[in-house]
Ligand binder design. Structure first.
Ligand code: IFM
Length: 447
């Protein structure tokens, strides 16, 4: 059976990680611009000030994607370019960039998939309380409106939020990411509620302004998969379980959207610190969306315990890891989509998947990345098996198109299929890029 005929093969990116041009055309700082200025926060003191200079080199980047046969490109819009103060006037010069980008993509035959928010929160809004402020869903709605009015005539696929676990969990709970705060759990849960309401408001705005819009989100998803065929239910329970650190719970971000309710266990465990929930809130959050987006990089094998619970199995010595020390677990791309589809009954997009490798330019001037090819080959075989077993898989976006600014890791991790020399801004397509081109050409039949 394999992948559907209209399967969407693409690559993904995010504004702050590639655009650069941090102070151009009216853009004001995001929380990440400010975070990068603090000594010791980002490796090597790096920032996204220039990154891959995509803001100026987008034509070249589109040409590369076209050469590699991508069908679609998932990119994010920078809120601080569009409404630099977050809730003030719309900045037409900032919006014009995305206007040009969308036209360029369509001319090249690539379908744009737009993420509204991928972590570059306007700093001015942070100073007003950010996601803690009950006004924050309205701020997001207004920003969504500006984007939809500008490009909604040509863009039909929208992803509201990327990995809320990270921008709340890493940004406000453990403080490793911008804005680098450590708030108490009740504040983190209140932010989560406002983030979900923001999603709901964005869906309303998109439905009213973009006829035919297809909308979803893209939470992070560490997949718990069965250690043995007898452990399928144990893995499923673990996958949808509410963790002790609730913000990192995948179901916290998906259940309200797809099932219209928070996981019951959240109230069992954290009822005392849950925010008040307005009578219409869950209907707003849980209104119809079109697909499940999920960013899957890895997972863990889970087994049933003797007491009837579940536990993660230890990894054996010598287990395979990527350059950023993430485990290589192809099974995640079978069981993740399958469990999500069985629970939420919507087409699934892999909105991110990939790995960092210690890529270098070889003496022959090329970038050979066999580890990336092997990783992707294994993962995509599992994804195809999920499709064979009846999971409705709509598309796959490799993270990332080019190497980029990897948040607190600066430029020390390379996730791209296209090498970026940050000194010269030269791009070099890695071996994996050409390999992916052949996968796309055969719609995955050559795997
Ligand atoms: O670079 C990030 C991206 O911004 C969000 N998902 C994971 C990627 C790799 O860490």
């Amino acid at each position: 059976m394999g992948f559907k005929k209209d399967f969407v093969w693409g690559g993904a990116s995010a504004s702050y990680q590639i655009e650069g041009a941090a102070a151009e055309d009216g853009r004001l700082p995001s929380v990440w611009d400010m975070f990068c200025k603090q000594p010791g926060r980002v490796e090597n003191g790096s920032s996204g000030d220039t990154a891959c200079d995509h803001y100026h080199r987008w034509k070249e980047d589109i040409a590369i994607m076209k050469e590699l046969g991508y069908k679609a490109y998932r990119f994010s819009v920078a809120w601080p370019r569009v409404i630099p103060t977050g809730d003030g006037p719309v900045n037409e010069r900032g919006l014009a960039f995305y206007d040009r980008l969308v036209d360029g993509l369509l001319e090249a035959g690539l379908t744009p998939y737009v993420t509204l928010f991928h972590w570059d929160y306007p700093y001015a809004l942070f100073r007003k309380g950010g996601w803690l402020n009950p006004e924050s869903p309205e701020w997001f709605a207004r920003y969504t409106e500006a984007v939809a009015k500008k490009i909604g005539d040509r863009v039909k696929h929208f992803i509201t939020l990327n990995e809320p676990q990270c921008f709340i969990g890493l940004g406000y709970v453990n403080g490793d990411h911008a804005p680098g705060c450590k708030v108490p759990i009740w504040d983190a849960l209140l932010m989560a509620h406002h983030v979900l309401l923001s999603h709901g408001r964005a869906v309303q705005v998109l439905r009213s302004l973009v006829p035919g819009a297809k909308i979803g989100t893209a939470p992070a998803c560490g997949v718990d998969y069965p250690a043995t065929p007898d452990d399928i239910e144990a893995a499923r329970e673990s996958f949808f379980n509410v963790h002790d650190s609730p913000i990192f719970t995948m179901a916290l971000w998906n259940d309200p959207i797809f099932l219209g309710q928070y996981p019951a266990k959240l109230f069992d465990k954290f009822g005392a610190v849950m925010p008040p929930i307005g009578k219409d809130d869950m209907a707003l959050i849980g209104q119809e969306v079109d697909f499940v987006g999920t960013n899957i990089y890895n997972g863990a094998a889970v087994r049933r315990t003797e007491s009837g619970g579940f536990e993660k199995t230890p990894r054996k010595d010598g287990y395979a890891f990527t350059a950023s020390k993430w485990p290589v677990t192809p099974e995640a791309l079978y069981w993740g989509p399958r469990f999500l589809y069985e629970r939420y009954r919507k087409p699934v997009y892999i909105t991110e998947n990939g790995l960092s490798c210690a890529d270098v330019v070889s003496l022959d001037g090329k970038v050979h990345d066999p580890a990336r090819i092997d990783f992707l080959h294994r993962y995509l075989l599992c994804l195809r098996r999920a499709a064979d077993d009846g999971v409705d898989i709509a598309g796959y976006f490799h993270w990332c198109v080019t190497d980029n600014f990897e948040w607190a890791k600066g430029y020390t991790d390379r996730f791209g299929m296209v090498f970026c020399d940050y000194q010269t801004q030269q791009r070099i397509i890695k071996d994996s890029g050409y390999w992916y081109r052949d996968v796309i050409r055969s719609n995955g039949d050559n795997l």
